[in-house]
Design a protein around this ligand. Sequence first.
Ligand SMILES: Nc1ncnc2c1ncn2[C@@H]1O[C@H](COP(=O)(O)OP(=O)(O)OP(=O)(O)O)[C@@H](O)[C@H]1O
Ligand SMILES: [Mg+2]
Length: 265
Amino acid sequence: MDEPVLVALQKVNKVYGVAVKYQVLFDITMTVPRGQFLALIGPSGSGKTTLLNIIGALDRPTSGRVLIEGQDLGKLSDEALARFRNRFLGFIFQFHYLLPEFNALENVLIPYWIGSGKPGKEVAEKAMYLLERVGLKDAARKRITLLSGGQQQRVAIARALLNDPQLILADEPTGALDTKTGEQVLELLDEIRQQSNTTMIMVTHNRDVALKADRIIELIDGKLCKEVYPQRVGLKEAMEILESHACNLDDVGEEPSSRTQPGSR
Ligand SMILES: Nc1ncnc2c1ncn2[C@@H]1O[C@H](COP(=O)(O)OP(=O)(O)OP(=O)(O)O)[C@@H](O)[C@H]1O
Ligand SMILES: [Mg+2]
C-alpha cells in the first residue's frame, strides 16, 4: 500500500541576495511519503542544506510552497512554525549548535525544556538511553566543550531524537564520525525509523550511506538531477545511474517518480 505524502514541495525557488541576486534552488517539486528514507546527494554548494532548511522551516522559499501533512508552512506564524519544529521535527545539523556552558545530558534535554517545561524522570531516562545508544553513556555529564567534534555530533543526534520526531532532517550526520561510530549512529536511526515509521531526509556525501536509503535524489546546481530507488533497481544499476553524468530527471518542476525509472519495471 502506498504511504501518504508527508512532505510536498511545489516549485520551490530560493534566491539569496538583494542587490546582487543569487539563485540557489530552481523550481524544486517533489513529494516524500511517510516512512521513506530519502538520501539527498550532490556536490558542495548544490543547495542541499538550503533545501533541508526550507523543509524544516528554518528558512522560507523565495517562491513556491512547502506542505507538511498538507499544511502550507508559508501560512503559519513564526510561533506556529516554532511549535511545528519542536513537536514534529528532529533536526541534525551539519554544524551542531550545542550550548557550550551545559553538559551533554542537559544539551539533549534543553529543547524539551523549552517546548514542554521541566523534563520528568521518564524523559531524563530516555535522554540517557539515547546518549548510551550513541556511545556516550560515560560522557553524559561532561561539559560539551570537553567533548570531541564527533562526540558533540552524537549529542546533537540524541537531542534530535528525544521528542520522537515524525520527520528527521539530517545534514551529514555521520560526516564527522569514524566509520564504526558512523555505523552505530546509522543503526540507531534505522531502528528508530522502523519502530515508528519515521520519515528521514538525510544529506550525505557518502555513497555507501546513500545506497542504504529507499530513495536517492541528486541535486546539481540547485536543480533536481537524478532519482534512484536502490532497492528497486538493485545496487549495481543504482551505482551506474549515480556514476553517469546524465540526469534522469530533466523537466524541472515536474514531479519525480511520476516518470519511468530506468530499470524499475
Ligand atoms: N545565507 C546565505 N546567503 C547567501 N548565499 C548562501 C547562503 N546560504 C547558502 N548560500 C549559497 O548557496 C549555495 C548553496 O549552499 P548550500 O549550503 O545549500 O550547499 P550544500 O549543497 O549544502 O553544500 P555542502 O555540501 O558544502 O554543505 C552556495 O553557493 C552558498 O554559498
Ligand atoms: Mg550543506
